[in-house]
Design a protein around this ligand. Sequence first.
Ligand code: ZN
Ligand code: ZN
Length: 280
Amino acid sequence: MELQSLHTHSHFCDGQGAMEDYLQAALRHGLTAYGPSSHSPVPWSNNYSMALADIPRYVAEARRLRDAYQGQIEVYLGLELDFRPDLYPFYQQHLFPHGFDYFIGSVHLVGELNGQPWSFEGRLSSFIQVIAERYSGDARSLLTDYYALVRQTVAWPEVGILGHLDRIRVHNAGEAFFSEEASWYVDLVEDVLDAVQQSGKLVELNTAGWRKTNPGPNPSPWIVRRCAERGIPMCLTPDAHRAEQIAFQYAAGLDLLRAAGHRYVTLLQDGQWTPTPLNP
Ligand SMILES: [Zn+2]
Ligand SMILES: [Zn+2]
């Protein structure tokens, strides 16, 4: 069946290699569309975001590839927006006017640590430190803050795809911090799904979670099933940071979508989000 790769990074942010390397890998995998979606610039320095000054080159390179490979593969211009409620005016001023085809909205940041925006995807030691210092040892309070941010991401009109919905499980190997079966955790996720369902937006099945220390897709299979039951559409994404990850674990992702009861996967075709049957 037709597949695409719309959540990809490159040397513009924390990925390795050029956009064209990813596009070539997409062609080798027979994908029908490729979209770069670098980490959005933010108004402070860090080691994973694109620089604001690079936006014109980023946009120009995607458009060059779109024209150069016309008839071989569709190229869309995307961005992974780093969600923080206070960043909206910055994005509105500097990013939204550039004619992007889609935005993935992702929460990586929950509050601050040592006076800097804190990404929970960093070291386990900082995860432990934040829970101890900011949340008095209560992981549930951190998760409550995290899912409140995920819910707010859905409310930004420009966000079309909710990125790695439960990425905060990254450090939860062996359920060290929480159980996904706890009723309070299920309720936090269901509140997010309420917002997504009302919005009609897409949730990505992000396969990159399978290469993390607590391996598994984002979101977890039970949430993928809940999306199917609620009629929430999903797309399949690799969150590639190297060209060879362009279709990372796509077979497993498709198996999961089908097993969870999804009958369609959503593709971007001719500029329209299109539900496409998941053939057996
Ligand atoms: Zn991300
Ligand atoms: Zn990403």
